[in-house]
Design a protein around this ligand. Structure first.
Ligand code: AMP
Ligand code: FES
Ligand code: ZN
Length: 338
């Protein structure tokens, strides 16, 4: 098979586009697709400062790579969620990418700034992804506004968008469908524009781009995503795509062109600012701060119960202060007295 552009030997066949590319033409195609999306959707201009949320995975690192190559002013933001070896590995990939490209990367360690995802899930009895989503949104928004950025870019790809669209359409989540856009304009002065420049590029295309560019990324998925509904939708969409190439792109593009404008978004502007953290909020305390309060309250209760039962343990390092454990109380068990 020959490259559609230069007629050299093709290395990738894009059935959904009826094209095949050699390595260098594919890199050019991928970068141009992003460039076109940024311009067409008016995502940002070369004069604006972009905060790129990087997870250490292929999508966000491929996006950052393209933005750097195109000369945009970028800075990376990595959130260390504290999810065991998965977080350690993904952090290392994000930090290595920043070092080799000599670009700034801000790292926020949740266990120090707030609470790790596993601890939040454990004490609130929520599924980890729910606690994680609340904290990610908070730290993305906070880092973007406090760093004076014009826009926050994430690496959501076509497969993510198609799966989200399928899920929302299956349940007729009209409010979500109304907000499902590749560019979200801020609904509060302390929010910045949010953009998804990869929304027309598939997971396969970003993986191939990352491979061709020698980007070292974390291959494992987050352990909490095992069995997630989103993965099930992705699997179904992949099966449809295998039989009818191009379906995913048409599904998302046509939704945005003809169906999405029919859904009316209710006024989503947060009416106030959180009295604890100052970020936009719908109640006196934002959802992030109430999550933290709940964790702190339940941790205190658990400690009190343990102390009453004569059991002591080192305090987990997960309070906002980031400080380590406090002094052990005198143990009622003589052998354990320090
Ligand atoms: P996900 O929700 O895990 O599919 O990730 C979607 C996008 O959110 C990624 O492409 C990144 O842009 C961003 N993201 C996810 N996890 C992190 C993280 N730990 N730190 C910074 N950005 C992240
Ligand atoms: Fe949030 Fe897995 S990335 S729980
Ligand atoms: Zn708050």
């Amino acid at each position: 098979m020959k490259c559609t552009r230069c007629h050299e030997r093709a290395e990738i066949n894009l059935r959904s586009h009826h094209t095949a590319f050699c390595r260098s033409c594919f890199i050019l195609y991928f970068q141009r697709q992003i460039d076109r999306t940024i311009t067409k959707e008016k995502m940002f201009t070369p004069h604006e400062r972009i905060l790129v949320a990087v997870s250490g995975g292929k999508d966000s690192l491929a996006l950052w790579d393209v933005l750097i190559a195109q000369g945009y002013h970028t800075e990376g933001l990595y959130l260390d969620l504290g999810i065991g070896p998965y977080s350690a590995q993904s952090r290392e990939k994000a930090e290595r990418f920043a070092r080799t490209h000599t670009v700034p990367l801000q790292v926020v360690t949740l266990a120090e700034e707030a609470v790790s995802v596993p601890t939040a899930a454990q004490f609130t009895h929520r599924v980890p992804c729910a606690a994680c989503g609340t904290m990610k949104r908070h730290f993305f928004d906070q880092a973007a506004i406090e760093g004076g950025f014009d826009v926050l870019a994430t690496g959501h790809n076509l497969d993510d968008e198609a799966a989200r669209l399928l899920g929302n359409a299956l349940h007729w989540q009209t409010e979500y469908l109304a907000r499902e856009k590749p560019v979200l304009t801020p609904t509060h002065p302390r929010f910045v524009r949010k953009v998804r420049p990869l929304y027309r590029l598939s997971e396969l295309e970003t993986a191939v781009y990352a491979f061709f560019r020698g980007i070292d990324y974390v291959i494992e998925e987050c352990p909490n995503s095992v069995g997630a509904t989103q993965l099930f939708y992705k699997d179904i969409l992949n099966r449809i795509e295998a039989k009818m190439p191009g379906t995913k792109l048409t599904f998302v593009q046509e939704f945005l062109r003809s169906a999405q404008p029919l859904f009316v978004a209710p006024d989503g502007s947060p009416p106030r600012e959180c009295e604890v953290c100052g970020m936009p909020a719908f109640a006196a305390v934002c959802s992030f701060c109430s999550l933290l309060r709940e964790v702190e309250r339940k941790q205190d209760n658990a400690e009190r119960k343990q102390a009453a039962a004569g059991v002591w343990q080192e305090e987990p390092q997960n309070r906002r202060t980031g400080e380590g454990g406090r002094e052990f109380p005198d143990s009622p068990i003589p052998d354990l007295k320090r």
